[in-house]
Design a protein around this ligand. Structure first.
Ligand code: AVJ
Ligand code: FE
Length: 442
């Protein structure tokens, strides 16, 4: 797999938009109208809201902004403005029904593909240079597809999604942790054509030497913390995490259930034994933080994570991806919802980073210790509501997640990509790995 942008940004944008739409359709067409309009969890929108919101954002950015065309359905803007109505209140809105929403997104897509074929992709216009805004809209649709996948996971009822199991891990002994040498590296990017505003600009960061888990923390390892009474011991927890765990009676990751001596999990409508070798998933930041403290370790900072994922000590360069600059392929990482669960820890040896860490991209999002802040010189682009309003705590506190899960499309996944969420959130496909400072003699 080589760099799709090197070929033709217009063609890359068309492919990315079409792939996103095929996934969106697969996520909605497997459910009947009642299920599409129902609220499966107060944490989530009805799926039919996500569907029309995808079309509304595409209309705003591709038809109106990039194409300079008149609005198709301007009266829909307030209904599908994520800032106007919280998720829990969206079922009460006079939303488009499933068939109306399908017709709306199809009509928008027809217009946006016409714009894509006709618009000039000039560097004089930063919105259309390298087809950026088309790549941004494809990423937006894929991000909502991941959100819709989380709604599928929360939904009760018979399974409707299917996918083959992920590959096994090779039978080889891996070291528990890898050393990332100290020194400066380049964090963020000025050159990745579809990188979003919060990934920019590139800047040098000095990261002292540290040890990082070779693979994400597994279910087996996390279960030791559970079985050792980790949820009953305030000393492992951040004070706000302890208060949250007590108030909500948390005992284990979301979707886990104890049965006799073993743990079961619910996964997209199936109940199955928790697979010990897979990365733990559906833990909030407070649980990740508590586990790390119990293990005598800590979460990595965001800069540490990115250095482990990108820094090539042989050249001093930062790579696009842990394995190099090639676009993600199925040999590198568990991405793109090809599977409906993480691969066992140690899988994807061809996706390893120069430091030896595996599965930095794909499988599970990884909580870091860092708050979501703007890089030095950050400039919101093209709209404040993507990142800027979440920086510096306007809407509460956010922790950064890195790496991307099995349900993240490659278009929205790079070693510079930054995700964020509240430290209490567990419905996202998030796990973590741990780190520790290197001794001077290491
Ligand atoms: C970057 C995943 C936190 O889903 O809230 C979707 C992405 N922004 N529509 C989110 C997003 C606007 C965002 N996250
Ligand atoms: Fe959105």
């Amino acid at each position: 797999a080589s760099d799709p942008h090197a070929v033709d940004p217009r063609a890359a944008a068309r492919v990315a938009l079409e792939r996103a739409r095929a996934r969106t359709r697969a996520l909605v067409d497997c459910l009947d109208d009642d299920e599409l309009t129902a609220q499966h969890s107060r944490l989530m929108s009805p799926l039919v809201w996500d569907l029309a919101h995808i079309g509304n954002q595409e209309e705003i950015w591709l038809v109106r902004a990039a194409g300079g065309r008149p609005a198709l359905r301007p009266e829909l803007d307030p209904l599908y403005d994520a800032f106007r109505t919280p998720r829990a209140d969206r079922p009460a809105l006079p939303l488009l029904g499933p068939d109306e929403a399908r017709a709306f997104v199809a009509r928008v897509r027809e217009a946006s593909l016409e714009v894509l074929e006709s618009v000039e992709l000039t560097t004089a216009n930063p919105l259309s240079a390298d087809a950026f805004v088309f790549g941004m809209v494809a990423q937006h649709e894929q991000q909502h597809d991941e959100t819709m996948l989380a709604t599928h996971q929360l939904r009760r009822g018979p399974a409707v999604l299917t996918a083959p199991p992920p590959p096994a891990a090779p039978r080889e002994a891996l070291p528990a942790e890898v050393l990332v040498p100290g020194g400066p590296f380049t964090m963020g990017t000025d050159t990745e054509p579809w990188a979003l505003d919060n990934e920019r600009p590139a800047h040098r960061v000095d990261v002292p030497a540290f040890w990082l888990d070779t693979v994400p923390v597994t279910n087996a390892a996390y279960q030791e913390f559970v079985d050792a009474g980790g949820y009953d011991e305030p000393r492992w927890w951040h004070p706000r995490g302890w208060a949250y765990v007590r108030e909500h009676g948390l005992r284990a990751p979301l979707f886990w259930r104890r049965e006799g001596d073993s743990w079961l999990r619910r996964r997209f409508g199936h109940v199955e034994p928790v697979p010990p070798e897979q990365p733990v998933m559906h833990v909030c930041w407070y649980e990740a933080d508590a586990y790390a403290r119990w293990a005598g370790r800590r979460l990595p900072t965001e800069a540490e994570w990115e250095k482990a994922a990108r820094h090539d000590p042989a050249t001093g360069r930062s790579r696009r991806h842990p394995w190099g600059d090639d676009a993600p392929g199925p040999e590198h990482a568990n991405l793109g919802q090809r599977h409906l669960e993480p691969a066992p820890a140690g899988a994807y040896p061809r996706g390893a980073a120069p430091c030896g860490a595996r599965q930095l991209l794909g499988d599970v999002w990884e909580w870091t210790s860092s708050d979501f802040t703007g890089y030095p010189g950050f400039a919101a682009f093209p709209y404040d509501e993507y990142s800027k309003v979440f920086l510096g705590g306007d809407y509460g506190d956010y922790k950064v997640l890195r790496g991307g899960a099995f349900g993240v499309d490659p278009v929205a996944c790079r070693a510079t990509f930054r995700n964020w969420d509240h430290p209490i959130r567990r419905q996202i496909f998030a796990g973590f790995r741990t780190a520790r400072d290197a001794e001077v003699t290491d």
